[in-house]
Design a protein around this ligand. Structure first.
Ligand code: F6P
Length: 460
């Protein structure tokens, strides 16, 4: 191969540039030119295919810095449907005109589904990323356990009928995705800071973390020692939850609860929408899971409860919510993410080179060796209808009675987080955080430098 293209699709993560870096460095070793396609699949849809040469003369451009969060080539949530045959053909023609021989997509489950359409006509591989840690399987047979059925709200959908009550860590397919560790790091830091306010003011804090329907970020947030963790995988048993809150508040006069944004009620309705009102346009207003839980707890723990215990005037004053939000997705990646993102990016180049179309580089955990790089055909992730489902936290990782990770859950987290932060991460904070120069110079956005490097199909 002489020239390949690479794109970053879906929501950003802190480790995208690290993956780009790993891919480009590997391509340098193999004397392969790498074109970075701008803004994910939308760059391919654009007739002009805006792109940047990421390794002129086989040396990586300095903008592709593994320590820089986000993606210097931009990302979008635009995907190509397999039904758009004409568009797909045009894309292939454009790629051929650019003399590109294969495409690496850096992305999650949405990206791999988007990539499928292109794979039928053009060689593609994927390097995984997502803060949600939901691209992968708890075990290889998992896709076969999905059934099509109507849910409690009468909507047709898919439901997982799990046959494995427990799992071995070595069975997990793609143990952790780049971006996850940094997202957990940010969430843990937020919890620590919120805790001291909860303690000082005798409050109940509800901290909402991202992850959609997968509770890995919430599970990892256990490092911040929240009193309770509510996962989206376990429908809320409000009675049990309120009882636990009372117990903890009675003991220490403050409670910190972490809630995964996708949590549902026992009927499978997202909690964030459970108390929805309608806005003037008639749309359902999603209030957010934490906010819904706050309202439920405020109604449950009446004014007397707090007046007796801590002299708060009302539950509204005592219970507060915070979303960690997009800070989970941004900024400098911590060492675990940087290192494995770069490795996975390099491996995706090797897969393309070996002719492994429609496959992805994955990170496996082996008891003796630790993490190893392997590959997987994308179809292994698909159920019998061809769908890729977001991986969810296996029930064996969570203790529903204690609202905490189980022993196995702790065993799962340890290999990722034991050495996730490098001394250079600490040094980075020490030397750059209060850099005096920041007070006098404007933020030097990398997009300005990248802009100068953009080329188009017609320039060739
Ligand atoms: O999939 C990554 C993710 O950050 C989810 O955890 C979150 O629900 C979603 O993306 C937010 O998307 P957006 O940035 O488009 O609001």
């Amino acid at each position: 191969m002489k020239r390949i293209a690479i794109l970053t699709a879906g929501g950003d993560t802190p480790a995208l540039n690290a993956t780009l870096y790993g891919a480009v460095e590997r391509a340098n070793q193999l004397n392969i030119e790498v074109y970075g396609i701008l803004k994910g699949f939308s760059g391919l849809i654009d007739e002009q295919v805006p792109h940047v040469v990421l390794n002129p003369l086989f040396s990586t451009i300095p903008e592709v810095d593994p320590c820089r969060g986000g993606t210097v080539i931009g990302a979008s949530r635009t995907y190509i449907s397999p039904d758009e045959r004409e568009l797909l053909k045009q894309i292939v023609q454009r790629l051929e005109k650019l003399q590109i021989e294969g495409v690496i997509c850096i992305g999650g489950d949405g990206t791999i589904s988007g990539m499928q359409a292109l794979c039928d006509l053009f060689p593609c591989t994927l390097s995984p990323k997502t803060i949600d840690n939901d691209l992968g399987l708890n075990y290889l047979e998992e896709p076969g356990e999905w059934r099509m059925q109507t849910n409690a709200m009468g909507k047709p959908g898919y439901e997982l009928h799990r046959e494995h009550a427990s799992i071995q860590l070595e069975e997990i397919v793609n143990y952790a995705t780049p971006g996850y560790a940094t997202a957990v790091y940010v969430a843990v830091e937020a919890i620590g800071r919120i805790r001291t306010t909860a303690e000082s003011h005798r409050r109940i804090a509800i901290v909402e973390v991202m992850g959609r329907h997968s509770g890995y970020i919430a599970l990892g947030a256990a490092y911040g020692q929240p009193d309770m963790i509510l996962l989206p995988e376990v429908p809320l048993d409000f009675g049990k939850c309120a009882e636990r809150v009372r117990e903890i508040y009675d003991r220490q006069q403050n409670v910190v609860i972490v809630i995964g944004e996708g949590i549902t009620d026992p009927d499978g309705r997202p909690l964030g929408a459970a108390h929805a009102s309608t806005d003037p346009a008639g749309n359902i207003l999603l209030e957010g899971a934490a906010e819904s839980l706050r309202k439920m707890l405020s109604a449950e723990l009446d004014a007397d409860f707090f007046r007796h215990r801590s002299r708060h005037e009302s539950p509204n004053q005592a219970i507060f919510t915070r979303k960690v939000g997009h800070t989970q997705r941004g900024g400098r990646p911590i060492r675990f993410d940087r290192f494995y993102a770069a490795q996975l990016g390099g491996k995706a180049v090797d897969l393309l080179q070996e002719g492994q179309n429609n496959s992805l580089s994955i990170l496996q955990y082996r008891d003796r060796e630790g993490f190893t790089l392997e590959s997987l055909h994308a179809n292994k992730l698909r159920d019998q209808w061809g769908r890729i489902h977001a991986r969810t936290v296996h029930p064996a990782f969570y203790d529903q009675n204690r609202f905490q990770p189980s022993r196995l859950g702790i065993d799962y987290l340890s290999p990722i987080f034991d050495n996730a932060i490098g001394s250079d991460d600490v040094e980075f904070i020490r030397t750059t955080f209060f850099d005096r120069g920041h007070l006098t110079s404007r933020y030097p956005s990398v997009t300005v430098d990248m802009q100068k490097r953009i080329r188009h199909l017609d320039d060739h």
